[in-house]
Design a protein around this ligand. Structure first.
Ligand code: A3P
Length: 287
C-alpha cells in the first residue's frame, strides 16, 4: 500500500493538527486516530488502506500489537501456507527477513469474510520488548526515553496501536463471536506448545496438515525453521536491514517468556497488574 496519492502532505498536516497527540516512542509524537495511537508516518498508509483495501474472503490477515511476536507469526504463516512451493532446505525464510515476505498493512478489516490471526503477548513482556526495540528505533535527536517514562506512557495506553487493552479486547471479543474467522493466539502458548498451536494455526487458515505430513515431521520442521534460535542466527537477520529505521537483528532480542521480571521493579509489576485488572478484568482474557 504505497499508493497514498489521495493523501497529500497538506491534508496530513491538517489532519495531524486536529488529532490529540502525546510524546512518541520512536517518533516525536503519537496521534490518537480512531481510538488508537498511531505513528504519523503510518497514517497515510492507514487512511489509504481504510479507504481502498477490501479484504477478500480468502485473505488471511495477521493482527498484533508491536512486539508481541509479529515476526514469528509472519514466519510461521508464510511457511505453513507456502509449504507446497518451497523445499525447506532452500526456503525464502533462510535468506529473507519475515517482514520482507509478509507485508505490513495498517488497517481495520470489518465486513469481509477473511480470516484474522491475532497474536497477543503478556503486557509486561510486550512493554519490555517495546522499550528495548524503540530505544534502538528512536532517532538520536529525540533524546533518550527512560524506562520509567516509557512505563508511564504504556500504562496510560500510549503505545503504537494501543491502548493495548482496547486492541486486545477488540480481537478477543471478535474471536469469541466468530471463532471460524478470528483466531486468538498467545505468544506464551505458542512458545510452550509450539507443535499443537502450529497445527491449530494451519487448520484455522484452511490448510490443515495431513496425517502423512504430520508423520513425516513437517510440523516439527516448520516450527524449527521459524524458531527464534534458527531465525536469529541467519545472516540476513544478523546483518540485514528490511526497514529504514532498524536493523533486522532488532527483531530478535531474547524471545523468552517472562524476561520483564529482569527489568521491572515489583512496584511496576503491581501497577501494571492493576491496569490489566481494571481494563481486562471484566473479560475472561487472562495472562
Ligand atoms: P523480546 O524483545 O522479548 O526478545 P515483534 O516481532 O512483534 O516485533 O516482536 C518482537 C519480539 O518477538 C521480541 O521479543 C523478539 O525477540 C521475539 N521474537 C522474534 N522472533 C521470534 C521467534 N521466532 N520466536 C519467538 N520469539 C520471537
Amino acid at each position: 500500500h504505497q499508493d497514498h496519492e489521495c493523501f497529500d502532505d497538506n491534508s496530513l498536516t491538517e489532519l495531524l493538527a486536529s488529532l490529540p497527540k502525546e510524546k512518541g516512542w520512536s517518533s516525536p509524537h503519537l496521534y490518537l486516530y480512531n481510538g488508537f495511537w498511531c505513528p504519523p508516518a503510518h497514517l497515510p498508509g492507514i487512511i489509504s488502506a481504510n479507504r481502498h483495501f477490501e479484504a477478500q474472503d480468502t485473505d488471511i490477515i495477521l493482527a498484533t500489537l508491536p512486539k508481541s511476536g509479529t515476526t514469528w507469526l509472519k514466519a510461521l504463516v508464510f511457511a505453513i501456507t507456502r509449504r507446497q512451493h518451497y523445499a525447506l532446505s532452500q526456503h525464502p525464510l533462510l535468506t529473507s527477513n519475515p517482514h520482507d515476505l509478509v507485508p505490513f498493512l495498517h488497517n481495520s478489516i470489518k465486513s469481509s469474510g477473511c480470516r484474522i490471526v491475532h497474536l497477543c503477548r503478556n503486557p509486561h513482556d510486550t512493554f519490555i520488548s517495546g522499550w528495548h526495540f524503540f530505544k534502538k528505533a528512536r532517532p538520536d535527536d529525540l533524546g533518550p526515553l527512560s524506562l520509567e517514562e516509557a512505563f508511564d506512557m504504556y500504562c496510560r495506553g500510549v503505545f503504537g496501536y494501543g491502548p493495548f487493552w482496547d486492541h486486545l479486547l477488540g480481537y478477543w471479543k471478535e474471536s469469541l463471536e466468530r471463532p471460524d474467522k478470528v483466531l486468538f493466539l498467545k505468544y506464551e502458548d505458542l512458545k510452550r506448545d509450539t507443535l499443537v498451536h502450529v497445527k491449530r494455526l494451519a487448520a484455522f487458515m484452511g490448510v490443515p496438515f495431513s496425517a502423512e505430513e504430520e508423520r513425516e515431521g513437517l510440523i516439527k520442521e516448520i516450527s524449527r525453521l521459524c524458531s527464534f534460535s534458527n531465525l536469529k542466527e541467519l545472516e540476513v537477520n544478523k546483518t540485514g536491514r528490511s526497514t529504514p529505521f532498524v536493523e533486522n537483528k532488532a527483531f530478535f532480542r531474547r524471545g523468552e517468556v517472562g524476561d520483564s521480571v529482569n527489568h521491572l521493579t515489583p512496584e511496576m509489576v503491581e501497577l501494571l497488574n492493576k491496569v490489566i485488572e481494571e481494563k481486562l478484568g471484566g473479560s475472561a482474557l487472562t495472562f
